[in-house]
Design a protein around this ligand. Structure first.
Ligand code: NIG
Ligand code: FE
Length: 384
């Protein structure tokens, strides 16, 4: 049965051009059988059995969160507080979450993940990726991925998150690229290639073994330093290289000429009090950029895409349109998917904002303007 959403103040959808949106004011959109079947000016809308009046509201595509770590035990609020008191963020903090994750039961991990997924919907996210990476042994990595796959198809094996306490780095790399890879099921393989995590040589080993096992590569890199990981990401045709806090001009040139998306994670710089990478500069240079939450208990404990957009616009040189493009179409490209747009024929994954236009996503930081979230035409969240 077709439903027509009428009198939409502003309807936006990203275009193919990096950072550019199509904006229709006084719009309408028809959804039938979970798909968008018509959109345009309200004055031209066809008649439908069901009509929903969205006077004063904005409709955008559901956000695509291409980077999250939702399967974990425990929390690290004390570590956050000490950082805000001047302590530096270090990759080693991950190990305390590893201990808590190994100690948690499967049901506890599942319930924690389910709660965070509800938060994603409340933040307007309709497609999301989940990584493992807090198990760091075969059994817990396998379990983490099984739990992740109960919530999404975009499941990423991050056994190479850090080297667990007491392990030799090269032996652990061999374990990840060998026994772990053959025991787990995932769509993507990821590695944290940075100071305090894995070297470029170790990252190459894990990613090439993952590719040989039929997984698709992506990377965490250049968060804490620049050890030359971007060249590897581009060489291996990673769908995305994430963080990109420290890039030089040669890295930008490599990314511009590649199919690798640069995924920026505003919550991570915010919560680790780090310098912000300049996403607007990257997009203006022709790099496809995504914005993701990086939700995890250490470096970015947020599920709010509107928060990430606000920070991106305020501190990372994005225009509002660029930030929304990066959180929708950019995120989809980082997952090599086609979501993140509203066009005839796409799945009706969309969000209704309690706002007259999309600028409010950045203009009203911290205010809950996500009114409703729809997944294939079905309401999965409504603000009370
Ligand atoms: O993406 N960079 C590495 N991994 C996570 C941080 C994980 C943690 O601190 O627990 C990230 O920011
Ligand atoms: Fe991450």
């Amino acid at each position: 049965m077709a439903t027509c959403y009428r009198k939409i103040a502003t309807l936006v959808s990203p275009t193919e051009a990096i950072g550019e949106l199509t904006v229709i004011t006084d719009a309408a959109m028809v959804v039938d059988d979970g798909q968008v079947t018509w959109l345009g000016k309200d004055s031209d809308a066809p008649s439908c059995e069901t009509e929903v009046d969205l006077t004063g509201k904005t409709v955008i595509p559901g956000f695509v969160d291409s980077h999250s770590h939702l399967v974990f035990g425990g929390e690290r609020s004390e570590e956050f507080a000490s950082r805000m008191n001047g302590e530096k963020y270090q990759a080693g903090g991950i190990k305390s979450t590893v201990a808590a994750t190994r100690n948690a039961t499967a049901d506890e991990l599942r319930a924690n993940t389910a709660g965070l997924v509800q938060e994603l919907y409340a933040s307007g996210i309709t497609t999301f990726e989940i990584k493992s990476g807090y198990g760091l042994d075969t059994e817990t990595e396998k379990l983490s991925l099984e739990i992740a796959s109960e919530f999404t198809d975009e499941v990423t094996f991050l056994g190479a998150h850090v080297v667990p306490s007491g392990s030799d780095p090269d032996q652990y790399t061999d374990l990840v690229a060998g026994e772990m890879l053959t025991s787990i099921k995932a769509k993507w393989v990821d590695v944290f290639c940075d100071k305090g995590a894995f070297s470029v040589t170790q990252a190459r080993k894990v990613l090439t073994a993952g590719i040989a096992a039929g997984l698709k590569p992506r990377m965490h890199a250049n968060q804490l330093s620049n050890i030359g990981a971007i060249a590897l990401a581009v060489e291996l045709d990673c769908a995305s290289v994430d963080h990109c806090t420290f890039l030089d001009d040669a890295d930008i040139e490599l990314l511009r000429n590649s199919n690798t998306v640069a995924t920026l994670l505003p919550g991570a710089e915010f919560s680790t009090r780090s310098a912000y990478p300049q996403g607007g500069k990257l997009m203006n240079a022709g790099v496809a950029v995504a914005i993701a939450t990086d939700c995890n208990p250490g470096s970015s404990f947020t599920t709010s895409m509107p928060f990430c957009i606000s920070v991106a616009v305020r501190d990372m040189g994005f225009s509002v349109d660029q930030a929304i493009w990066a959180a929708t179409k950019g995120g989809a490209m980082a997952l090599r998917g086609s979501q993140g747009v509203l066009e005839v024929g796409v799945k009706a994954d969309f969000v209704v904002l309690d706002a007259p236009n999309h600028i409010y996503l950045a203009y009203r930081p911290g205010v809950a303007i996500i009114s409703q979230t729809f997944l294939q035409g079905r309401k999965v969240y409504e603000r009370r």
